[in-house]
Design a protein around this ligand. Structure first.
Ligand SMILES: Nc1ncnc2c1ncn2[C@@H]1O[C@H](COP(=O)(O)OP(=O)(O)OP(=O)(O)O)[C@@H](O)[C@H]1O
Ligand SMILES: O=P(O)(O)O[C@@H]1[C@H](O)[C@H](O)[C@@H](OP(=O)(O)O)[C@H](OP(=O)(O)O)[C@H]1O
Length: 458
């Protein structure tokens, strides 16, 4: 199913060399840009051309040209081509996730799932429970349910804020949380089916990765990894997949990126440790960041040296229940409140009176010091003499991006975050216990990110 899954994914690719990865063949599927067709009008032209030389001939099941139509997409709407996981058009008989004006539209096709999910979003709006009020900040903004006419049928859609709406090159990873991904009303068949999927990853980490996409900063390629890829991952594989997602397979970890994602994940962890009202089965954390912004922070100069210091070792999460107000406070460029220093006792948060801390690694130049700046520029000119063309090329690219950003309405300072999505199997609980199934997965995910962050320590 994995390889066909790829074939049937909606593809609207404006990038060169879109690549799909799937693990049923354990090979890359390279798709020629010319073969993908714009799909905003609702017509899906399935990708058919595969370069078998690059896949070692392993994609034996890929089909010849085939067309599938997603009919009657309402005026002004587009298929959500950035969907990385979840039900696909082939699962739903042609009804896709859609987007319009910074909003995403998720079709509510299964009655029970739909009722539960809508109920959660509605409940969050009116709740007086402290931890659920906290949860409200951790989910996409909810814009109600809208009925659209698709294939002459009235279909209800959940309308949510598009978490990637401001991103030029959206990198998105769907992480499904929990060892147990079936709810108390699941049939025997459903339990068996769920238990078989993503088995090792769920068993060892308490989460799994049903899909992700990444814009590689090395070559601007969009690479997609589907659920069949995710199903083959064990705990080391999952860690490597996250590295790939962070563009850290080809570059050193970007501290700014990690800090932003961790700031959001720590808030989720705080919520998961405190909430007693919900049983969160099969929900996802959606990690998102803009590769365009990542590029600004991984300049070649800064990649030249890696810390020789061994990473900090520890056995539990570095998170301490510090006040979220503190975590959110501050006037630094990335408003996470993180000071930039990680110690075995936890992340150090800065007090509002502290000076601005540049989270870049290594710290090359103090921007306020003109003299130092000139020295830096001189050194740069000298040391980059042999790389002059590359340097100019990089500068050009930077300026193009800057221009793009200037033309964009608002350049938000936070270009990476994590949010909770997919509440189709969430129930209100009477037991008032911590949801260990959920918290364990969150803790393990955070531990991986904290390990990555400690690798960036000097
Ligand atoms: N608010 C959002 N902003 C941007 N993308 C989103 C948003 N919500 C969902 N998506 C995209 O759609 C995908 C599927 O979403 P979701 O998990 O809610 O669907 P689903 O069909 O219920 O999934 P599943 O089959 O796992 O139950 C996500 O992986 C993500 O790529
Ligand atoms: O990762 P996969 O292989 O896509 O597995 C699917 C995933 O677990 C979905 O969350 C689930 O939808 P629900 O949330 O609706 O249960 C779907 O069940 P389904 O096959 O019953 O639709 C599964 O097939």
């Amino acid at each position: 199913m994995g390889k066909f899954e790829i074939q049937s994914m909606p593809v609207q690719n404006t990038e060169k060399n879109l690549i799909y990865h799937h693990h049923s063949t354990c090979k890359k599927t390279y798709i020629d840009e010319d073969q993908s067709v714009p799909l905003t009008n609702g017509t899906l032209k399935q990708v058919q051309k595969v370069d078998f030389t690059k896949t070692n001939g392993s994609c034996e099941c890929l089909e010849e040209e085939e067309e599938e139509t997603v009919e009657n997409i309402p005026q002004g709407m587009e298929i959500l081509t950035n969907q990385v996981a979840g039900h696909t058009i082939s699962d739903t008989g042609g009804i896709a996730m859609l987007k319009k004006n910074g909003l995403v539209y998720k079709p509510l096709l299964k009655k029970d799932c739909a009722e539960r999910e809508v109920k959660i979003y509605e409940h969050l709006e009116t709740t007086v429970d402290r931890s659920l009020i906290e949860m409200r900040q951790l989910v996409p903004k909810f814009y109600g349910v809208e009925t659209l006419e698709i294939k002459e049928k009235a279909i209800d859609f959940l309308v949510l804020e598009d978490l990637t709406r401001d991103f030029k090159e959206p990198c998105i990873m769907d992480i499904k949380i929990g060892r147990r991904t079936w709810d108390q009303n699941a049939s025997y068949e459903k339990i068996i089916a769920e238990e078989k999927k993503y088995h090792e990853c769920k068993r060892d980490l308490g989460f799994c990765i049903p899909g992700f996409q990444v814009y590689k900063i090395t070559n601007n390629q969009l690479v997609k990894y589907d659920k069949e890829y995710g199903k083959k991952l064990d705990k080391d594989g999952a860690r490597d997949a996250i590295k790939i997602f962070l563009n850290a397979d080809s570059h050193h970890f970007c501290r700014k990126l990690l800090v932003q994602l961790l700031a959001a994940l720590w808030q989720i962890q705080h919520f998961a440790r405190n909430q007693r009202r919900l049983r969160l089965y099969a929900t996802s954390i959606l990690l998102v960041y803009d590769a365009r912004r990542l590029r600004e922070h991984v300049e070649p100069k800064k990649l030249a040296k890696q810390s020789s210091r061994p990473p900090l070792t520890r056995h539990r999460s570095l998170y301490r229940p510090l006040s979220l107000a503190q975590l959110n406070h501050g006037c630094e460029r990335i408003p996470t409140g993180f000071s930039g220093q990680l110690t075995p006792d936890g992340p150090i948060l800065k007090s509002p009176s502290n000076k601005l801390v540049n989270l870049d690694w290594p710290k090359v130049v103090n921007n306020n010091n003109t003299w130092q700046k000139s020295i830096y520029a001189l050194k740069r000119t000298h040391s980059f003499q042999n790389n002059y063309d590359k340097d100019v090329q990089n500068k050009k690219q930077t300026y193009t991006f800057m221009l793009n950003d200037l033309c964009c309405e608002s350049k938000t300072e936070v270009w990476a975050t994590a949010k909770l999505i997919d509440f189709a199997h969430v129930y209100l609980s009477d037991s008032f216990d911590v949801d260990r199934n959920y918290l364990d997965g969150v803790d393990n995910l955070i531990r991986i990110f904290e390990d990555f962050l400690s690798e960036t320590e000097e």
